[in-house]
Design a protein around this ligand. Structure first.
Ligand SMILES: [Zn+2]
Length: 100
């Protein structure tokens, strides 16, 4: 009985993208998570402003790496297109997680 092997040529690229996507999701909701802890509102206002600025920059940076700079595993060109990411490469038609 021959075993069938499923080709997964882009597995590593999709794994990296999934990790970045999850990190982006986590960082995006981080301020809401901190509200669950007692004493979160005791920080001085200027500290909160600095933390929010850092949070905003982190969300933007991770989002850029995850969406804007992600190269298509097949053709190597930009996979997603701002502002509507879509679920397939506009250049070669590769779907998200295809070949993963
Ligand atoms: Zn492509």
């Amino acid at each position: 009985m021959a075993s069938e092997v499923t080709p997964r040529p882009y597995r590593q690229q999709w794994r990296r993208w999934r990790r970045l996507n999850r990190l982006h999701f986590l960082v995006f909701f981080l301020p809401l998570i901190t509200c669950l802890f007692p004493g979160y509102n005791r920080f001085p206002k200027n500290v909160v402003e600095v933390l929010l600025a850092i949070w905003l920059l982190a969300v933007a940076a991770i989002g850029m790496v995850t969406i804007h700079f992600f190269a298509c595993p097949r053709c190597g060109r930009a996979f997603f297109h701002w502002p509507i990411p879509g679920n397939r490469c506009r250049h070669c038609g590769l779907r998200v997680y295809e070949g993963a």
